[in-house]
Design a protein around this ligand. Structure first.
Ligand code: 5RP
Length: 218
C-alpha cells in the first residue's frame, strides 16, 4: 500500500471515535484531510467540528461540515489529528504543517486524543523529524541560540507565517528522551508560543496504518 492509501485507511478508521450528534475536534494535515473526506462521505450526523487551522476549516466548510469556534465549547469528547512522529508512549512531534498552536489549544479541550498516522511516523525516540517551534519573531534569534546551547540547530522556516502571525523554527539534532520535561522547559523560554512536542496532550489512542491493516496503540 502507498503512504497515501495508509492515510486513507486510518482516516476512515477514525470514524469509529466520532460520537453521533456530538462535536469533534479536528486537526490539520494530509492524513486529517482523509479523515475530513471520510467524515463528509459517511453520512454521520454530528453537531459540528472545532478546527485547528484555516486549512481544515476551509475543507470542512466546502464539504458541508459545520465549523464552531473553540470558544463556543467547554470540552470535546475527542480530538483527531495526525503527527510527524509518535513514540510508544503516545508522545508526539507535531507542527509540520505549522498549525501546532491551534492544534494544542483544541487538543487541550478534548477528553481523548486520537492520533492517525501511517507507520513511518512511529519512532523509538522523538527528534529525528525537525522539531517545529512557533515563535514571536523578535525572539527567534535568541531562541535559536538557546537550542544551539543544547547542541541543536534551529532554522527559520522560510516564507511561512502561521495562522497566528508568528514564525516557525525547525530544530534539528535533538533526541527527546523525556518529552514532558522537554516540553515544559522550552515552553518557559520568552517568545516561545508553542513547542511542537505534545507530551502533556499526548495521544490516548494511535491508529497506525500498516501494510497489514490498522494497528491500534493505546
Ligand atoms: C500540522 C501537523 C500534522 O498533524 C503533521 O504535520 C502530520 O501531517 P501529515 O498528516 O500531512 O503527515 O502537526 O501542523
Amino acid at each position: 500500500m502507498t503512504q497515501d492509501e495508509l492515510k486513507t485507511l486510518v482516516g476512515q478508521a477514525a470514524l469509529q471515535f466520532v460520537p453521533a450528534g456530538g462535536i469533534v475536534g479536528v486537526g490539520t494535515g494530509s492524513t486529517v484531510d482523509k479523515f475530513i473526506d471520510a467524515l463528509a462521505a459517511s453520512g454521520l450526523q454530528i453537531k459540528g467540528a472545532v478546527s485547528s487551522s484555516v486549512r481544515s476549516t476551509e475543507r470542512m466548510k466546502a464539504l458541508g461540515i459545520q465549523v464552531l469556534e473553540a470558544g463556543e465549547v467547554e470540552s470535546l469528547p475527542v480530538y483527531i489529528d495526525g503527527a510527524d512522529e509518535i513514540d510508544h508512549g503516545g508522545h508526539m512531534v507535531k507542527g509540520g504543517g505549522a498549525a501546532l498552536t491551534r492544534e494544542k489549544i483544541v487538543a487541550d479541550l478534548a477528553e481523548r486524543f486520537v492520533c492517525i498516522a501511517d507507520e513511518s511516523k512511529l519512532v523509538p525516540v522523538l527528534g529525528q523529524f525537525p522539531l517545529p517551534v512557533e515563535v514571536i519573531p523578535m525572539a527567534a534569534a535568541q531562541i535559536a541560540r538557546r537550542f544551539a546551547a543544547m547542541g541543536a540547530t534551529a532554522t527559520l522556516r522560510a516564507g511561512v507565517i502561521t495562522d497566528n502571525s508568528c514564525q516557525i523554527l525547525d530544530v534539528r539534532g535533538l533526541q527527546i528522551k523525556d518529552p514532558k520535561a522537554f516540553e515544559a522547559e522550552v515552553n518557559q523560554w520568552p517568545g516561545v508560543v508553542t513547542v511542537g512536542v505534545f507530551a502533556r496532550n499526548r495521544a490516548s489512542v494511535c491508529l497506525l496504518g500498516t501494510s497489514t491493516g490498522v494497528k491500534t496503540l493505546s
